[in-house]
Write a protein that binds this ligand. Structure first.
Ligand code: NAD
Ligand code: DAU
Length: 357
């Protein structure tokens, strides 16, 4: 396959590209604007490979997209580019409307124009895989239900509303124009190369720097955690074996309350990094309850039966093994961390957490 990956310099996109380049013979064109969340240092292990190319391009730029389609001639698109952080969507929703909705529209139109020019069997084999989130289904508060592929959409945040919009656009382009699309909706990812604005890497790095561990509200909100490399394997399986027009939910069956996750991180750090910063007796003493996220969804949980039964995908990592690998990775990759924590990151952290504490 010749795979055009959008958002390949981000957390999940870079895991997808590392997976494809290291484990298959496919070619990849990484199309990424390099926002604050894009980081080419996450792709060092593939950057010299002749099957990998990079283009710094905004998916809202239609003429640049047309040129990339005509030159690279992809048979597969994996669309991961997005603004992805819920808290940022609350303080500045416009970038989410622009990239997640308008950008997806521009990419769909560029893909449709290119696909329309193909002849059989290339047009039948073409795939547009849209990578989305379980947050489009809304909140499972007070139930034991799981999100299935037919759960009605009920997004709560500007982020999830923008992702829901993009999912609807993709399905409409399939039904109306026949574009061969597939949608996946996944639960919370964690693992190496995760930008430290998200819960798990933020807590690991704050603890190591003796900073407060800010828990929103009462910390009882539940997320369903999946190791990022399991997600990358699932996405590759879907794009190569999934059925056009279908949706697949992806999740790890690892429902944990936020406070439980943070306590696990503290325990792992006690074991793996016992020499603590001055003034810290136990890492968990740094736990601090702060103002809740507005509109905070209380519980997410994925039913991943369909992808298991139809595509034979199951996660390889348990939460315990995946979290240990993640903490070890952050302890062993201080250079990546130092580069990420400079510049724009500091501005965000100061703004977000000064207001809260
Ligand atoms: P991320 O924020 O780490 O990376 C997003 C990437 O997209 C960055 O490299 C950024 O530079 C790029 N990008 C942003 N705007 C762009 C634009 N206009 N044009 C081109 N590139 C642009 O995100 P992530 O966590 O890797 O998530 C990837 C995708 O997976 C997103 O679509 C997200 O909604 C979805 N998803 C994420 C999770 C999760 O837990 N992180 C779970 C389910 C689904
Ligand atoms: O469910 C999939 C989604 O998971 C993805 O679509 C999003 O792109 C991804 O960012 C993630 O969204 P969440 O909002 O669930 O992830 P986040 O890491 O921001 O927060 C996880 C939980 O931890 C959530 O309940 C909020 C809480 N939290 C988060 C931060 C950053 C805190 O208590 N304190 C914090 O400082």
């Amino acid at each position: 396959m010749r795979i055009l990956v959008t958002g390949g310099a981000g957390f999940i996109g870079s895991a997808v590209i590392r997976h494809i380049i290291h484990n298959t013979n496919n070619e990849v064109l990484n199309v990424d604007k390099l926002t604050y969340a894009g980081n080419l240092e996450s792709l060092i292990s593939v950057s010299e490979n002749p099957r990998y190319q990079f283009s710094q391009t905004d998916i809202c730029d239609r003429s640049a997209l047309d040129q990339l389609f005509n030159e690279f001639k992809p048979d597969t698109v994996m669309h991961l580019a997005a603004e992805s952080h819920v808290d940022r969507s609350i303080s500045g929703p416009y970038a989410f409307i622009e990239t997640n909705i308008i950008g997806t529209y521009q990419l769909l139109e560029a893909a449709r124009q290119y696909w329309s020019s193909l002849e059989a069997p290339s047009n039948e084999n073409f795939r547009f895989h849209h990578i989305s989130t379980d947050e489009v289904y809304g909140d499972l508060e007070g139930t034991t239900d799981l999100f299935t592929e037919t759960t009605p959409y009920s997004p709560s945040s500007p982020y999830s509303a923008s992702k829901a919009s993009s999912d609807h656009l993709v399905r409409a382009w399939n039904r109306t124009y026949g574009l061969p699309t597939i949608v996946t909706n996944c639960s919370n990812n964690y693992g190496p190369f995760h930008f430290p604005e998200k819960l798990i890497p933020l807590m690991i790095l704050n603890a190591l720097q003796a900073k407060p561990l800010p828990i929103y509200g009462n910390g009882q909100q539940i997320r369903d955690w999946l190791f990022v490399e399991d997600h990358a394997r699932a996405l590759y399986k879907v794009v190569s074996e999934g059925v056009v027009g279908e949706t697949y939910n992806i999740g790890g069956h690892n429902e944990k309350a936020n406070i439980e996750v943070v306590q696990c991180i503290c325990e792992l750090l006690e074991e793996l990094s016992p020499t603590k910063p001055e003034g810290v007796a136990k890492y968990e003493d740094l736990i601090t309850y702060v103002k809740d996220r507005p509109g905070h969804d209380v519980r997410y949980a994925i039913d991943a039966t369909k992808i298991k039964n139809e595509l034979n995908w199951v996660p390889e990592e348990s939460f315990e093994t995946g979290l240990r690998k993640t903490v070890e990775w952050y302890l062993n990759n201080s250079e990546w961390v130092a580069h990420v924590q400079s510049g724009e990151y500091q501005t965000w952290v100061n703004k977000q957490y000064q207001v809260q504490s």
